[in-house]
Design a protein around this ligand. Structure first.
Ligand SMILES: [Zn+2]
Length: 441
């Protein structure tokens, strides 16, 4: 109003010369620009895509159906993200519709989405994997932006302790993005990230998703990561992420290739064989020059069976201790997995001379926290096997028939004795009656 009255006064006083006209033009131009820049800042458009729906159930495990839990996460994410200023949030669906991947991408493109986030839960073929990962496009800006967003999401998941499996790309046989929702979105100029929150079929992850509250927590973390990625703030929540620093990766000039080769190095050395306490300490060195290391597992039977997967520590080389079950000669092999779940088997080491502990001595298995469940089960099987072996060889088998034969003899003895007594009673009774008869007649 002051500016308007100033201009009005200038005109009224006849002092509205060329210089003032120039000033007026600049002023008007700024006013015209202001709504454009303001709306640009406001127009962050986010599409949340709960995976699967309708007949397409997604992963199913132990009574959990992926499409249902994806929807719980999606609704919680929608509610949380809607509390931020300057963002318009859409859901591709909030019922139980069976949308094609192209339809989801089409919707995101139709609302000019800056980012679409596809929400999913994982399962692995052998039920061995656990952790959180984000899949992104392997191309250009979609890769660059997807990577920054993916790392923001995983950083949020780090706060609750899921295993950080990384941000990854995957290609189909045609060299396009493997995941349909990413491929279809990329074709329509929309950046899409597919979040695999955790694995439904691994006990390590169960505790992250097994209640509605925990699923809603995932939704809030997804929303926080999105707000950070866009530098949003929320008066309702009292947070401001305008200074948030995204993870920077270079803009790729060609397609980003996934790692399809096993780790380059996987090597074990024996550090110590403690035969008294029945433990082995092994040094494992493994490296993957393409994608980095993720898990390892070990075998004590030359690679026939392996322990459950363990998290890879920060270092390339580290030591770990395993307990050796009774009755075996440990034949150690290690599987080292890279970020793309591809494994390399190490060299093997056989350690002779572990003494057989007699059964009467207390077992140490359960006291060893290092031992995984599978190895404990294996140890118990071995103890059982050992018992069977012993019984086959001598003692138990010989004792059992002895005992039953004695029982047979005792019972037979009692029966014969009783029969003899009955016969004696019968005989004396008949004898006495004969005598009586003789007296009568
Ligand atoms: Zn899914």
């Amino acid at each position: 109003m002051r500016v308007a009255s100033y201009i009005f006064s200038l005109m009224k006083n006849g002092r509205f010369r060329r210089r003032n006209w120039l000033f007026f033009l600049v002023l008007s131009f700024s006013f015209c620009l202001f709504p454009i820049t303001a709306s640009a800042a406001e127009e962050v458009v986010v599409v949340i895509d709960p995976g699967h729906g309708g007949e397409n159930l997604g992963a199913e495990y132990a009574g959990y159906t992926e499409k249902e839990i994806n929807m719980i996460v999606a609704n919680a994410m929608y509610d949380e993200l809607s509390k931020y200023d300057g963002v318009t949030v859409y859901l591709t669906q909030n019922g139980d519709a069976e949308l094609s991947l192209a339809e989801r991408a089409e919707f995101a493109a139709s609302v000019n989405a800056d980012l679409m986030i596809a929400l999913h839960f994982n399962m692995s073929e052998q039920h061995t994997l656990f952790g959180s990962e984000v899949w992104i496009s392997a191309f250009g800006e979609d890769y660059q932006e997807g990577y920054a967003f993916g790392e923001a999401v995983l950083a949020q998941f780090d706060t609750i302790g899921t295993y950080h499996k990384g941000v990854k790309v995957r290609l189909n046989d045609n060299g396009e993005d493997y995941y349909g929702v990413i491929r279809e979105s990329h074709a329509r100029g929309v950046t899409t990230a597919l979040v695999e929150h955790c694995y439904l079929d691994h006990e390590n992850d169960t505790d992250f998703y097994n209640t509605t509250e925990k699923l809603e927590r995932f939704g809030r973390l997804d929303a926080t990561a999105t707000a950070q990625y866009f530098g949003l703030s929320s008066q309702t929540l009292g947070v401001d992420y305008s200074d948030y620093e995204k993870v920077q990766v270079e803009l790729p000039t060609s397609v980003v290739k996934p790692d399809d080769t096993p780790p380059d190095i996987s090597y074990i050395e024996l550090v110590e064989a403690d035969k008294e306490n029945r433990t082995l300490t092994i040094r494992l060195s493994a490296e993957d020059y393409d994608s980095g290391m993720l898990y390892y597992s070990y075998s004590l039977d030359g690679g026939e069976t392996f322990s459950t997967l363990r998290k890879w520590p920060e270092a390339d080389t580290f030591q770990f201790t395993v307990e050796v079950p009774n009755g075996i000669t440990p034949h150690i092999v290690v599987n080292a997995y890279n970020k793309y779940d591809i494994l390399a088997e190490s060299n093997d080491i056989i350690v002779e001379g572990f003494p057989l502990v007699s059964q009467a001595e207390p077992e140490t298995e359960t006291a060893q926290p290092e031992t995984s469940l599978e190895v404990i089960a294996e140890a118990q099987n071995n103890v059982a096997n050992t018992l069977e072996d012993v019984s086959e060889s001598s003692t138990k088998e010989n004792k059992e028939p002895d005992r039953s034969f004695m029982t047979f003899l005792t019972i037979s003895g009692i029966c014969i004795g009783s029969l003899f007594v009955l016969l004696m009673i019968g005989y004396s009774y008949l004898h006495s009656r004969k005598k009586k008869r003789r007296r009568k007649f």
